[in-house]
Design a protein around this ligand. Structure first.
Ligand SMILES: [Zn+2]
Length: 300
């Protein structure tokens, strides 16, 4: 059975059909409309076009970049506010005349990595998106674990464990707390750490470029950043103990991240030599779409 997914974004909606082996058979894009009615209609158009092109039948998976209430069938998406409070799952099923499952995008990325990405073959995979924010999803035996509140695997709003003054400024988080993991390891946190340690301003990619040319200040900042990420991963190891942690997002391009973090996390862990593998994601920008398409795979 082919697998179809829709990826809802703030500026565009992308739909694709994949063969069971992961090969993409068709892809279509629509700009994200400005009203709920037009949103449903854009999703219907994408689904119809893809169905005509590939003779696809059957249900469809959708991923949203926000919080989902799986029991109510609603999504909270900050940059598409007209979705908030709507019975989006029911309305999509009615509009598309197909059964629909939906998930948060970080969960879809984790699912894709678990199914045919870096976590393939592992029974438990925590997928972490490390970019301007921190999203994560927890997959066990090929299934997304949502939990009672859609929070399973969401380490971003736990406090950073074992924090020391050298780990950089403690800043307010949108969740209402201070010192969350998200605000300690996201791209903005790396820039804050750089400013804190050097007195200068730089974006994460500029810090990485400086470090690669041998700049001692940038190297020291990245060294500390890897220590902070190792502390953050302890929250994941002690809560979920996954066989594999897969990292995607802009900061996964820091080439030393995948050697340096596991070198450091043992000293914060009650098990001094954790077996968890810490890996760069194998899927590129289509990971969330691939994950959405897998929401109906056999056995889920
Ligand atoms: Zn927070």
């Amino acid at each position: 059975m082919v697998q179809i997914g829709l990826d809802i974004g703030g500026t565009k909606i992308v739909g694709a059909v994949f063969a069971p082996n992961g090969e993409k058979q068709a892809q279509r894009t629509q700009p994200t409309p400005s009203s709920y009615e037009d949103f449903l209609s854009a999703c219907r158009t994408l689904s119809r076009e893809l169905a005509e092109e590939t003779k696809m039948t059957g249900p469809l998976g959708v991923c949203f970049p926000g919080g989902i209430d799986y029991q109510a069938g609603t999504a909270e998406v900050a940059n598409i506010p007209y979705l908030n409070g709507k019975l989006v799952l029911r309305d999509l099923e009615k509009s598309l005349e197909r059964e629909v499952r939906f998930q948060n995008d970080a969960n879809c990325i984790a699912l894709a990595e678990s199914h045919d990405g870096a976590g393939q073959g592992a029974r438990s995979v925590l997928g972490i998106t490390l970019s301007t924010g921190v999203g994560s999803g927890y997959i066990v035996d090929g299934k997304v674990i949502n939990g009672a509140n859609g929070l399973a695997g969401e380490i971003g709003h736990l406090p950073l464990p074992f924090r020391e003054p050298e780990d950089g400024p403690v800043v307010d988080c949108f969740c209402g707390q201070k010192g969350c993991i998200e605000k300690s390891i996201c791209g903005g946190a790396l820039s804050r750490l750089y400013a804190f340690m050097t007195g200068r301003q730089a974006k994460p990619e500029e810090i990485a470029a400086l470090a690669s040319t041998g700049d001692s200040g940038a190297r020291a900042v990245l060294d500390r950043y890897y220590e902070v990420v190792a502390k953050a991963m302890i929250a994941a190891l002690h809560s979920f103990d996954p066989e594999v942690i897969v990292v995607t997002g802009g900061l996964s391009n820091l080439s030393a991240l995948f050697d340096e973090v596991p070198k450091r996390w043992g000293k914060y862990c009650v098990v001094k030599n954790p077996k968890t593998r810490f890996l760069k994601a194998a899927h590129g920008p289509l990971a969330s779409l691939r994950g959405a398409s897998l929401l109906w795979k056999e056995g889920m």
